[in-house]
Design a protein around this ligand. Structure first.
Ligand SMILES: *Cc1c(COP(=O)(O)O)cnc(C)c1O
Length: 406
C-alpha cells in the first residue's frame, strides 16, 4: 500500500472536530485540475515485476487504492482526540472488510488458540454465534458477562478457579439490542492489567459519539453497513487500531482469508461518511424526542435509551460519549404478540433488520432464534432515521394504539 494522502496539508487532524474530519479526510492530494473525490479504482492487478517494493500495489486482494481513502478517513476520525489524550495521532489506516462479520472474524483471530474471551451476554447475535462456533472447535473459550456490571466483568477477566486471565475483552457499547453501556475506561485498563487485548464494537456509537482508542482500546470494530455508510445500500466492515503490529495481522488475515470489499461499496461508504455528522445528529435528535414521548405513552411498558435520565446507562454514557445515539429499545403492551402487531401496523417506519440508515426501521429481535434468550421476547429495536420527527411520532403512536387494540 502507498501512504494515503493526508486529509489536507492545512488541516492537522487532531485539532479538527470529527464533524469536519468526516468531510475533509481521505481526499486526494490537491492539484490543479485534480478531482475532489477519489476515483473508483477497478483493477484486480497492478503493473509490477521483480521483488516488490515496500507498499507497492500488486494484486487486488492484497491492497488497492479503492480502499485507501476510506481507510484513511475512518482512522483519522477514530483518532480525532488523540493529541488531547496524549496518544500519537499518526498510526495505521483502518482496514476495510467485506462485512462487519468479516472484520469481527479477523479480530477474533488475534486470540491465541485456547485463549479465553470475555464477551457481553447481549451483543450482536452473530458475533456470539461465531464465538460459540469457534469455542466448539476448541479455538477459544468464551465467558459471557453483563457488561454493565463492572465488578462481574473484572472478576471474569481475572479468571476463576485457577483459570488463566482472559486473552481478550470483547466489548460492545452500547450493546445490541439491549443498549447497555460498559464503563470503557475502567474495563479497558483492567483488561490491560491482566494482559488481555481489548476490542470495542463501536457500531452503535460511530466515531462521532465515542472514540474507544482514546480510552486505550486496542482495536475498534465497525459494521460499516450501518451508520458509517448510512444509506442501507452496502454491507461492509472495518477495524481500526493504533498498533502497527495488530494492523499487520488484521491485513494479513484479510489477505489470506479473502473477505475483501468491492471498490464500489467502499466508494459508497466514503460518500456516506461525508454526511455522518448531519445524519447522526438529526437521527439522535429524533431519537431523544421519541424516547421522551414513548416513555409517557399509555401502551408502552418500557423504553431503553441511554439518553433518558432514568436509563441505567445514562450517567456512564454521558461521561464517555458525545451523544446517546439513535437506537431505542421499546417494549409495547401485549407481550410478543403486541410487539409483532406494532411492527405490522407501522406505515412510514420500515419493518426490517439492520440499523443506522437514513430511514427509520424497527423489528422484534427475538423473532430470530439466535438472539440471546435474556433479551425480552417483546423487545422491539428501533433505528431512528432522519425523517421529520412529527411524522415518525404520528406513525409510531398510531401503530402503538392499533397494536393495543384501541
Ligand atoms: C450489524 C452489526 C454487526 C455485523 O455487521 P455486518 O456488516 O452485518 O456483517 C456487528 N456488530 C454490530 C453491533 C452490528 O449492529
Amino acid at each position: 500500500m502507498t501512504t494515503p494522502a493526508p486529509a489536507s496539508p492545512d488541516l492537522p487532524h487532531a485539532t479538527v472536530s470529527p464533524r469536519t474530519l468526516a468531510v475533509s479526510a481521505g481526499r486526494p492530494a490537491r492539484t490543479a485540475g485534480g478531482s475532489v473525490n477519489p476515483p473508483v479504482v477497478l483493477t484486480s492487478t497492478f503493473v509490477s515485476q521483480g521483488a516488490p517494493a515496500a507498499g507497492e500495489h500488486l494484486y487486488g486482494r492484497m491492497g488497492t487504492p479503492a480502499w485507501e481513502p476510506f481507510e484513511e478517513a475512518l482512522a483519522v476520525l477514530e483518532r480525532a482526540d488523540h493529541l488531547a489524550t496524549g496518544r500519537p495521532a499518526d498510526g495505521p489506516p483502518a482496514t476495510v472488510f467485506a462485512s462487519g462479520m468479516a472484520a469481527i472474524d479477523a479480530t477474533l483471530a488475534l486470540v491465541p488458540v485456547g485463549g479465553r474471551v470475555v464477551v457481553p451476554r447481549h451483543a450482536y447475535q452473530v458475533t456470539l454465534v461465531l464465538l460459540r462456533e469457534q469455542a466448539e472447535r476448541g479455538l477459544l473459550r468464551v465467558d459471557q458477562v453483563d457488561v454493565a456490571d463492572t465488578e462481574a466483568v473484572l472478576a471474569t477477566l481475572r479468571g476463576r478457579d485457577g483459570d488463566a486471565p482472559a486473552a481478550m475483552l470483547w466489548l460492545e457499547s452500547p450493546t445490541n439490542p439491549m443498549l447497555e453501556v460498559a464503563d470503557l475506561p475502567v474495563l479497558i485498563a483492567a483488561a490491560h492489567d491482566v494482559g488481555a487485548l481489548v476490542v470495542v464494537d463501536s457500531t452503535f456509537a460511530t466515531p462521532l459519539l465515542q472514540r474507544p482508542l482514546a480510552h486505550g482500546a486496542d482495536v475498534v470494530v465497525h459494521s460499516v453497513t450501518k451508520y458509517l455508510a448510512g444509506h442501507s445500500d452496502v454491507v461492509l466492515g472495518a477495524t481500526v487500531t493504533d498498533s502497527p503490529a495488530l494492523h499487520a495481522r488484521l491485513v494479513g488475515h484479510r489477505t489470506t482469508h479473502g473477505a475483501i470489499a468491492g471498490p464500489f461499496e467502499v466508494w459508497l461508504a466514503l460518500r456516506g461518511l461525508r454526511t455522518l455528522a448531519l445524519r447522526v445528529e438529526r437521527a439522535q435528535h429524533n431519537a431523544a424526542e421519541l424516547a421522551r414521548r414513548l416513555d409517557a405513552h399509555a401502551h408502552v411498558v418500557e423504553v431503553r435509551y441511554p439518553g433518558l435520565p432514568a436509563d441505567p446507562g445514562h450517567d456512564r454514557a454521558r461521561a464517555q460519549m458525545d451523544g446517546f445515539g439513535a437506537i431505542l429499545g421499546l417494549r409495547p403492551v401485549g407481550g410478543p404478540a403486541g410487539a409483532d402487531a406494532l411492527v405490522a401496523a407501522v406505515r412510514l417506519w420500515v419493518p426490517a433488520t439492520s440499523l443506522g440508515g437514513v430511514e427509520s426501521t424497527l423489528e422484534r429481535r427475538r423473532r430470530f432464534a439466535t438472539e440471546s434468550p435474556t433479551v425480552p421476547e417483546d423487545l422491539v429495536r428501533l433505528s431512528v432515521g432522519i425523517e421529520d420527527v412529527e411524522d415518525l411520532w404520528a406513525d409510531l403512536s398510531a401503530a402503538l394504539d392499533a397494536a393495543a387494540g384501541v
